[in-house]
Write a protein that binds this ligand. Structure first.
Ligand code: NDP
Length: 394
């Protein structure tokens, strides 16, 4: 029987634990480990029949991780802690020859920049340890990469442009809160925008490019161009691509709050001195903001995340839209988490399931679009994230 080690007991970790427990025939024994063991115990108490073991670990320490993996003889590690821990967890997996999966690419705590470079650089070591590492198995990155691979496989000879469209129309009733880890979220949306066109990256000011998109089951929303990590791997793997962009919806109130926080220095990630103590403004802000895990029961509305791909099939120009709509309240009713955690945790579970079943296999470090999308797309339909395809006018 397999043993599955989940690291990180936040909003996403909760969903992964629930969904792995529902697929116990594949995941076998589940161990949930995080910095704060009480958070693991709380999740485990929601799943009494799953008999989940819990543990405390500092995932910044490779040696603690190695001991934990060895203690339970894990068959896979699902990393849903924070992007800061990606490299230490990958190194512990290399040291113990244990397959690895995550949902977000590595970030250094002191530099608001995310890229695959350091994770891709571990490819050789993963090969030498004869293990697979699956990077970015959340929704975006994750499902959006799989949507692109699916479009490529079934709808196009050549894809020329891709727009990734991420809409969260959830309302939690607070004046300001973030739907996942505030630090990671605010670092992402306050950074400069970037998109890829004709072989090079073009940088924009934060929120400089806006368009209005009509999201099925949600309606028209202001959508802003951001840099997002899946573009880095998609430009490598989707051949013939001429342009890729990423858009996310933000309401006016969210943007006004964020601008104000930025203007007064609350989004800073460098230490400042306060009454003789060193504090990082962004970390302090995180302490003040509602815990994303607590938003679940308050959030109403839907998410709609998808891709629009345009290109050629048999010499004919075409454009398709693949998207997935989730309802915050339905997600909460099922797993005690809102849709942002749900839409991340379910694909993490699916990626791990396909790895354990060897339906997705390999040695080295991989991105989602490198595998056959069909099995993943089937699982999305079965595991609570049904998707749709629409032909759009060119
Ligand atoms: P949370 O902040 O809710 O949870 C993170 C968890 O990781 C917490 O339980 C925290 O423990 C634990 N953790 C943090 N540092 C350590 C450490 N050093 N050692 C052990 N445990 C640690 O985040 P989310 O659940 O919202 O997000 C989880 C991951 O999912 C993040 O990497 C995020 O970027 C990613 N994500 C990906 C998305 C996608 O679509 N691809 C979308 C949304 C999120 P404690 O509480 O004790 O500090």
């Amino acid at each position: 029987m397999n043993t599955t080690l989940i690291i990180g007991a936040g909003g996403v970790g909760r969903v992964v634990a629930h969904k792995c427990a529902l697929n116990a025939d594949v995941f076998g024994n589940i161990v949930l480990a995080s910095r704060t063991i009480s958070k693991c115990d709380e999740i485990s108490s929601e799943l009494p029949h799953a008999n989940i073991k819990t543990a405390s670990v500092d995932a910044d320490s490779v040696s603690e991780l190695v001991d934990l993996i060895n203690k339970y003889n894990a068959d896979i590690v699902i990393n849903v802690a924070l992007p800061y821990q990606d490299l230490t967890i990958m190194d512990a997996c290399i040291a113990t020859s244990t397959p690895y999966l995550d949902t977000a690419n590595y970030e250094h705590p002191d530099v608001a920049k995310f890229e695959y470079k350091l994770q891709w650089a571990r490819d050789e070591k993963f090969k030498n340890s004869e293990i697979m590492g699956l990077l970015g198995s959340g929704f975006d990155p994750g499902v959006t990469n799989v949507f692109c691979a699916y479009a490529q496989k079934h709808y196009f000879d050549t894809i020329e442009t891709i727009d990734i469209l991420d809409c969260n129309d959830g309302d939690h009733g607070y004046p300001f809160a973030t739907n996942f880890n505030p630090e990671i979220n605010l670092r992402e949306v306050s950074a400069k925008g970037r998109y890829w066109q004709d072989g090079k990256w073009i940088e924009t000011e934060p929120m400089e490019i806006k368009m209005v998109w009509d999201y099925p089951e949600v309606g028209e929303k202001d959508s802003y161009l951001l840099y997002h990590e899946e573009m880095e791997s998609l430009v490598k793997h989707i051949k013939g691509l001429k342009r890729i962009r990423f858009f996310m919806t933000f309401g006016k109130s969210y943007l006004t709050h964020m601008k104000c926080l930025e203007n007064i220095g609350m989004l800073g990630i460098k230490e400042v001195e306060h009454k003789g103590q060193k504090i990082v403004p962004m970390e302090f802000l995180k302490t003040l903001l509602p815990d994303p895990a607590s938003l679940g029961k308050r959030t109403k509305g839907k998410t709609n995340i998808g891709i629009v791909a345009a290109g050629y099939k048999d010499g004919v120009k075409k454009k398709i839209y693949i998207y997935q709509v989730s309802d915050h309240e339905k997600c909460f009713a099922e797993v005690n988490s809102q849709a942002v955690s749900y839409t991340t945790g379910v694909p993490a579970m699916i990626g791990a399931k396909l790895m354990l079943q060897k339906k997705w296999s390999g040695k080295g470090v991989f991105n989602m679009e490198e595998f056959d999308p069909d099995v993943f797309m089937d699982e999305l339909n079965k595991q609570g994230l049904p998707w749709k395809v629409k032909e759009l006018e060119v």
